[in-house]
Design a protein around this ligand. Structure first.
Ligand code: COA
Length: 260
């Protein structure tokens, strides 16, 4: 499939999705959002894809936000539609059944920060700057950022970042838990790939269940989340992978998982 605004590469089961509109610091116009969705929708059922890394083209930005040129044209009706569509696409990524890692190589602002928040794990280059500057434009985050940031950081820190619109550096982002890890720029992709490949070596059904338990569970009261956890735990006990994982441990050899 040919894309205009993104690039894709699959290497040994790892899909690298690069948002590639470097002239506008990879800003997300509607066409780019749809291409991102198409890539994830195709990858969902593609057995060759075991994990995804999302990053930005060029050396300056991951994604510098929604495309402000397009946003400036929105009416109340089209603005709401744009927000809802963005929420749908980022929720699709959040609920993706295979691990998704954001490799944040520069500015991750507005919709770019929201895209990173929808990924399961965030690794940032030392050069990265993150923030939700929407209020500086007279709007609020519209792709789920108010909800995901508050759930990840707590309401106080989320409100500080959202209401000031301040950008923070990678080290501060790591300190407050907005990113998992910070590495020198030239080690970003290797670090993201190393983490992706480690997860890919684990039982894929177990990883899928873990993502579902954490992501779906965090929207539920604890008792319901624990019910979901127990149900997924029980389901896994019927899998060949679970038997293989335990057998391999007892036989003191690495497990060979088949995703069955
Ligand atoms: N939408 C559309 N175009 C954008 C953009 C966005 N979100 N972010 C950057 N661009 C464009 C700039 O307009 C500029 O285009 P030009 O070369 O035609 O003038 C180009 O990308 C480079 O950006 P520039 O501002 O010159 O780079 P900089 O290094 O001086 O500043 C930023 C970088 C990220 C700090 C700055 O571009 C910025 O604040 N962007 C907007 C961030 C934002 O508010 N995002 C939330 C949107 S909801």
């Amino acid at each position: 499939m040919a894309y205009e605004n993104v690039r894709t590469e699959v290497r040994d089961g790892l899909l690298v999705l690069t948002i590639d509109r470097a002239k506008v610091l990879n800003a997300l116009n509607a066409a780019t959002m749809e291409e991102i969705y198409e890539v994830f929708a195709a990858a969902r059922s593609d057995e060759k894809v075991k994990a995804v890394i999302v990053t930005g083209g060029g050396d300056k930005a991951f994604v510098a936000g929604a495309d402000i040129g397009e946003l400036a044209q929105k009416t109340p009706t089209t603005g709401k539609e744009t927000s809802e569509r963005g929420q749908f696409i980022l929720s699709f990524i959040e609920r993706f059944p295979k691990p998704v890692i954001a490799a944040i190589n520069g500015f991750a602002l507005g919709g770019g920060c929201e895209l990173a928040l929808a990924c399961h794990i965030r690794i940032a280059s030392e050069k990265a700057q993150l923030g939700l500057p929407e209020v500086t434009l007279g709007i609020i985050p519209g792709y789920g950022g108010t909800q995901r940031m508050a759930r990840l950081l707590g309401k106080g820190k989320a409100l500080e970042l959202i209401c000031t619109g301040d950008r923070i550096g990678a080290a501060e982002a790591e300190r407050i838990g907005l990113v998992n890890k910070v590495v020198p720029a030239d080690q970003l992709m290797a670090t993201a790939e190393e983490m992706a490949r480690k997860i890919m070596s684990r039982g894929p059904l177990a990883v899928r269940a873990a993502i579902e338990a954490v992501m779906s569970g965090s929207d539920m009261p604890s008792a319901e989340g624990q019910f979901l956890e127990a149900t997924l735990f029980g389901l896994l006990c019927a899998s060949e992978d679970t038997k293989e994982g335990m057998k391999a441990f007892l036989e003191k050899r690495p497990a060979s998982f088949k995703g069955k």
